[in-house]
Write a new protein. Structure first.
Lengths: 211, 339
């Protein structure tokens, strides 16, 4: 799902839309200015926007951002992908977890500029285009693996990586390798159950499609 | 966060030139800083503790030796841009020296291990609250000469070994304990070329200059670590004791390796974490083990020797007994390991 899709599908989020319109109005001339400068000119003024291309959920996004912008803020504030959450903003809670390539990372401690050249997957990119949920998303619903839901996008992306890394063999491994995602509602037992369910469905799906 | 110029050099040499050109008074005070995983640097920049004017992103330089692990019968070479998770999961690392793999696996979370580089990890800065929070005026490490709020503050997490009158901040890392125990060497690329130094000389005790932390010169970039291994180092482990079972810094930890022949300790390597201002090699404890069997009196003597120089403060006296018991348990478990 792109930022534009997100706006269309969520007409009710007026405050967010207002903020996004404001942001894009500012960003457009900044992008135009950056595009006319040579790549080596940017460092002379540290406040000049850095033009960059980010590969987000399979789509290239061209943006010009202050070099200080984290991947988290780029996703939320500039690309409208608010599924990724800002919890502590210091690498202690895991709410901002996204996939960079096939690896789970903390988007709050990753500069957007450093993420260039590697595909980023957010929670918005996990479901199929027709809306069918990823097995991990479905498992979190089936197993009641959240209460307030704030940590859930990070939990789900981390859980997908946890299975792909091969660390979902038993409850102890799941708890250890999911320890970077805190849940203030303490839905941990159900999160473990969801990961076990999704591990089975992901394996079935992979076998079924001949992979 | 203060504004900074962002650079992505194409080669390691260009990266060194970019940082060396900033002519900092010390590696840490330099206005240009290397960015690898970012898990320490960006955190401290958000807190306004570090304020570089230029950030040199070296994440694109991992194609060559900087990003490789080389395993030979003699030992390991670990490139500085290898991520903690990759080193932790490397089959030769886990097989030939479990202490290294465990020190990495027991650190941080999988997200952070995926991000953090080995070179950056050993340079991870202290978690001392008074260092990290700029609203405390007194921090000799952050503002030289300003005093130390931890001395009379809440110092439960602080160090008991290697402290000075100026600073008692704990070195927070785990991997460094394995490196110092194994007599690792550090490859450094600098403005004057490449050199190799003992890992034990990389970190400085705080002394009168807690702001310096390492012997790195401005522009220096860690390129890799060399570890010479002996077959007996398969009998090694890293034991970490902390307030919660996962994703937490050590209150006390021990990296130990034992060479046991005919029931007696022929050689031993011991390093301690969570209790010292720098990666801490406990050679006195090693000496107390040599030539003796692993029994209660020997273990007790080694633990006492390790903490003989300890200096405690109001809230951290428990670290002496916790550290001793952590070391004894680690040595017992290592001795019981079949290799």
């Amino acid at each position: 799902m792109t930022a534009r899709d997100h706006r269309v599908s969520r007409p009710g989020s007026s405050r967010r839309e207002f903020l996004m319109v404001g942001a894009s109005t500012v960003a457009a001339p900044a992008l135009a200015r950056a595009a006319t400068e040579s790549p080596r000119a940017a460092p002379t003024d540290p406040r000049a926007p850095v033009a960059m291309t980010l590969d987000i959920n399979g789509h290239d996004q061209r943006v010009a951002l202050d070099a200080r912008t984290t991947l988290l803020d780029a996703l939320r504030e500039h690309l409208g992908l608010t599924g990724v959450k800002k919890g502590c903003d210091h690498g202690q809670c895991g709410a901002c977890t996204v996939l960079l390539g096939d690896r789970r990372v903390l988007s709050c401690l990753t500069l957007a500029a450093s993420a260039q050249g590697r595909p980023v997957t957010t929670i918005e990119g996990l479901a199929k285009p027709d809306g069918e949920l990823h097995p991990m998303q479905q498992a979190f619903i089936d197993q009641d693996a959240f209460q307030c839901g704030y940590c859930t996008p990070g939990q789900i992306l981390s859980a997908v990586a946890c299975i792909n890394e091969g660390y979902a063999g038993n409850d102890g491994d799941i708890r250890e390798y999911m320890s970077g995602n805190l849940c203030r509602c303490a839905a941990y037992p159900n999160i473990v159950s969801a990961i076990k369910q999704a591990k089975r469905t992901m394996a079935t799906a992979a076998t079924g499609s001949g992979q | 966060m203060q504004p900074f110029a962002f650079e992505r050099p194409a080669t390691p040499a260009a990266a060194v030139r970019a940082v060396a050109a900033a002519r900092g008074s010390s590696a840490l005070a330099s206005p240009a800083q290397y960015l690898a995983g970012g898990t320490t640097l960006l955190d401290l920049m958000k807190l306004d503790v570090m304020r570089p004017q230029t950030v040199v992103d070296i994440n694109g330089l991992g194609e060559g030796a900087l990003g490789r692990i080389e395993a030979t019968p003699a030992g390991l070479r670990l490139g500085a841009l290898v991520r903690m998770a990759d080193a932790a999961e490397h089959p030769a690392v886990g097989r030939d020296c479990p202490m290294i793999a465990q020190s990495l696996k027991l650190a941080a979370s999988q997200q952070i291990r995926n991000m953090a580089s080995l070179g950056g990890n050993v340079l991870q800065r202290t978690r001392c609250t008074y260092f990290r929070d700029v609203s405390y005026a007194a921090c000799n490490k952050r503002s030289p000469g300003s005093g130390c709020a931890a001395m009379d503050g809440f110092n439960r997490d602080h160090a008991v070994l290697g402290t000075s009158e100026r600073c008692i901040a704990t070195y927070p890392g785990d991997f460094a304990q394995a490196l110092i125990a194994l007599d690792a060497r550090v490859e450094i690329m600098g403005a004057g070329g490449t050199r190799t130094i003992p890992f034990a000389t990389l970190h400085r005790r705080p002394g009168d200059t807690p702001e310096l932390e390492t012997t790195l010169r401005p522009g220096d970039m860690i390129a890799g670590f060399q570890v010479t291994l002996a077959p007996w180092m398969r009998r090694s482990l890293y034991l970490k004791v902390r307030d919660r079972e996962s994703y937490e810094f050590a209150l006390a930890s021990a990296a130990v390796a034992l060479d046991i022949r005919a029931g007696q300790v022929a050689d031993a390597r011991i390093a301690l974490g969570g209790v010292a201002t720098v990666p801490w090699r406990a050679k006195e404890a090693e000496a107390a083990l040599r030539g003796r069997p692993i029994d209660d009196p020997t273990l007790d003597a080694a633990a006492k020797a390790a903490f003989a120089p300890a200096r405690t403060h109001a809230d951290n006296a428990f670290k002496v007994s916790l550290g001793q018991r952590t070391l004894i348990r680690a040595l017992r478990e290592a001795a019981a390991t079949q290799i």
